[in-house]
Design a protein around this ligand. Structure first.
Ligand SMILES: N[C@@H](CCC(=O)N[C@@H](CS)C(=O)NCC(=O)O)C(=O)O
Length: 229
């Protein structure tokens, strides 16, 4: 059996790849990366991901980084899992990449501004960064909400890893004060995701990692929405 390791951190975007792996049914190890100890920036970890970030997938001894690439690779390795819709032509394939990149290149950076505004500003401007992030995010939440108006998943009746990516975006900003309730179809989508056994198993893996980090006093819980000063 191919050895599969996913370097992960609870609550981070490694959840997207974790859900994808759970959906394939493959056996894999979730190996926690201790942000609070700077493990992600250590030479030992940078062998797997020179950018010092999670996730990193190790598949049969080969390391792969970037969620989009990991999802694409897993879809090719496990075609029966239906991680992405079948694409015949070059343009159909490119559209799938375009959708996944929308999550990684457009939505993820806005998520970080809403969830971690302190990374981008001093104390006096944290709230302004958060507010600006929320303003920009509104347009995209509306886009997703509209797309989900008449179908359960991004690609209609067929679940895909695109839904996992959107779910992580939703969950991340829900806990950071973004008004997700204004987007009821997206709320329903998140709850549908949480009904999936693979998602429940992925969340259970994160809970195990969180317990491990707590036992080492290394758990990282980002602060809630910044207060108005
Ligand atoms: N484009 C990358 C983004 C990875 C990323 O930003 N990961 C975050 C967690 S969500 C991380 O490792 N942050 C730690 C840091 O940058 O110090 C991907 O999709 O894999």
């Amino acid at each position: 059996m191919t050895e599969i390791i996913l370097f992960s951190a609870p609550g981070s975007c490694s959840r997207v790849a974790t859900i994808a792996l759970e959906e394939t049914g493959a056996q894999f190890e979730s190996r926690v990366v201790r942000f609070m100890k700077g493990e992600h920036k250590s030479p030992a970890y940078k062998i797997y991901n020179p950018k010092g970030k999670v996730p990193a997938l190790v598949f049969g001894g080969e390391a792969l980084t970037e969620n989009v690439a990991i999802l694409w690779f897993l879809n090719e390795q496990f075609p029966e899992a239906g991680l992405l819709p079948h694409a015949k032509t070059a343009i159909e394939k490119a559209r799938l990449i375009s959708d996944l990149n929308f999550c990684s290149s457009t939505l993820h950076p806005i998520v970080t501004r809403i969830r971690m505004p302190q990374f981008f500003a001093g104390p006096e401007s944290i709230r302004a960064v958060w507010t600006a992030g929320c303003e920009v995010m509104r347009e995209y939440f509306k886009l997703v909400d509209d797309r989900l108006a008449n179908s359960p998943w991004w690609y209609g009746d067929a679940w895909s890893v695109m839904d996992s990516y959107l779910y992580w975006v939703f969950w991340r900003v829900e806990g950071a004060g973004f008004p997700v309730g204004e987007y009821p179809k997206f709320v329903d989508h998140a709850r549908r995701m949480e009904d999936r056994p693979a998602v429940q198993r992925a969340l259970a893996r994160e809970a195990t990692m969180t317990a491990q980090l707590e036992s080492e006093r290394l758990n990282f819980a980002p602060p809630g929405p910044p207060k108005v000063i």
